[in-house]
Design a protein around this ligand. Structure first.
Ligand code: ADP
Ligand code: MG
Length: 401
């Protein structure tokens, strides 16, 4: 029997389209001899749909039209199966459209990668690919993530973090803190976004205030950190779980601007010698279209260090499945800093795994096996007692809790 993979994508996130691309790439590489694909698309309004055409990028050119052709559904555990159920239900006829065995979230950013989809799947008690709610939510939150890294001594940049509401009440206090602990130029980031949204560099007090006000439009928490001026960025993926995590080959993303932008990451075609943009790049490729050096141009020693730190970061957070850990390297000092983790990385980092000798369909096989393993392990944990204490002690229980 084929395993039914419920590929969940889209979602209420600025990275909605990127998630559609990642899911499309994954669905194109799933081994159909072993798996059956059940596409589950979450609209920008947060409603779940299934239907025809979800595996074709062209369908998404007109999302309103696409949604009209789909069936709105929800997932329901009936004790035996995880059902894909039509909602609103029809009075007559079958409402259970399909079932899924393993959930495969391919969602980036808010309301997905941040642990919310993992939490939803936990309550359904279904095996699912990727991080659990705790590791996903810490991984998504730049500030919490930095606190964890600092606590365990994984190298990361010094920072100041605060709530927007506190900043509004006492702007000078935070500007002073930043100027005391950090040095210009600094980078201002919104607390919990991805894809370079809400990020600005500041070289003096005036531009700092401006950058903070800009970032506050995107998040209620702000992080300011030292900027690295002579920067090299290196990314490394990790696949596995806390008992067996392996690093991939390293890549070096190359941006056209100081801050690697949304357009650099997702829209860059490959320039030909004649200056034309090749059609294989661009929006259709998502993260896989980024201009990069693969493998990264770094020494063997630095590569080993980055791979080791990537695995350590993955394990400290308790990650599962495939993540990508992004590093900032200071070219002046050769210091390496963990910048961030992406617990559902763009294109699921397949291009890094291909460079490590693993095809995308083999990567997906691994991801399914890791998800099933975690479910088996969790099923062995005790979540409830057979004895019902309410039946034993009547109304006397609970007093000496
Ligand atoms: N401390 C820093 N110094 C210099 N450049 C930085 C720094 N932090 C981030 N950047 C630049 O900004 C980009 C986006 O920042 P990042 O923290 O990776 O956020 P996102 O979650 O949006 O990817 C990075 O890829 C890098 O180009
Ligand atoms: Mg980044």
């Amino acid at each position: 029997m084929k395993i039914k993979l419920g590929v969940i994508f889209g979602g209420r996130s600025v990275e909605h389209e990127i998630s559609i691309i990642t899911a499309n790439q994954a669905m194109g590489s799933i081994n159909l001899d072993k798996y059956e694909i059940v596409p589950l698309y979450i609209s920008k309004k947060g409603l779940m749909y299934t239907g025809e055409g979800l595996d074709d990028l062209k369908s998404f050119k007109d999302m309103d039209k696409l949604i009209k052709s789909l069936t709105q559904v929800t997932l329901v555990n009936d004790g035996t199966n995880i059902n894909v159920v039509r909602f609103p239900m029809k009075k007559f006829g079958e409402n259970i459209i399909n079932t899924i065995d393993v959930a495969f979230p391919a969602m980036h950013g808010t309301n997905g990668e941040d642990g919310s989809i993992a939490g939803f799947l936990e309550t359904l008690n279904i095996p699912y690919i990727g991080c659990d709610p705790l590791s996903a939510s810490i991984g998504m939150d730049k500030i919490m993530m930095r606190r964890v890294l600092k606590e365990v001594g994984i190298p990361s940049l010094d920072y100041i973090a605060f709530y927007s509401c506190d900043y509004i009440r006492d702007e000078d206090k935070y500007i002073n803190q930043i100027e005391e602990k950090l040095r210009y130029p600094v980078i201002v980031k919104a607390g919990n976004l991805g894809s370079s949204v809400g990020i600005k560099k500041a070289k003096d007090k005036a531009s700092l205030v401006e950058a903070i006000e800009y970032s506050m439009q995107f998040s209620d928490r702000i992080m300011v950190e030292n900027a690295i001026t002579n920067l090299k960025e290196v990314n490394c993926s990790v696949l596995g779980d806390t008992s067996n995590a392996k690093p991939s080959e390293c890549e070096e993303p190359v941006g056209s601007d100081e801050i690697l932008s949304y357009t650099d990451k997702y829209m860059s075609g490959t320039k030909t010698k004649a200056g034309n943009v090749e059609s294989n790049g661009g929006a259709k490729q998502g993260m896989a279209s980024l201009k990069r050096k693969l493998p990264a141009e770094i020494s063997d020693e630095m590569k080993a260090k980055i791979q080791e730190l990537a695995v350590e970061t993955f394990k400290i957070l308790g990650c599962n499945g495939v993540s990508r850990i992004d590093f900032l390297v200071d070219n002046d000092t050769n210091d390496v800093y963990v910048n961030e983790i992406n617990t559902i990385p763009g294109a699921l980092s397949y291009y890094l795994w291909e460079a490590t000798g693993k095809s995308f369909s083999e990567e997906i096989d691994d991801l399914v096996q890791i998800a099933l393993k975690r479910k088996r392990e969790r099923d062995n944990l005790v979540f409830s007692y057979d004895q019902n204490i309410l039946a034993l002690n009547g109304n006397k229980i609970g007093v000496n809790k």
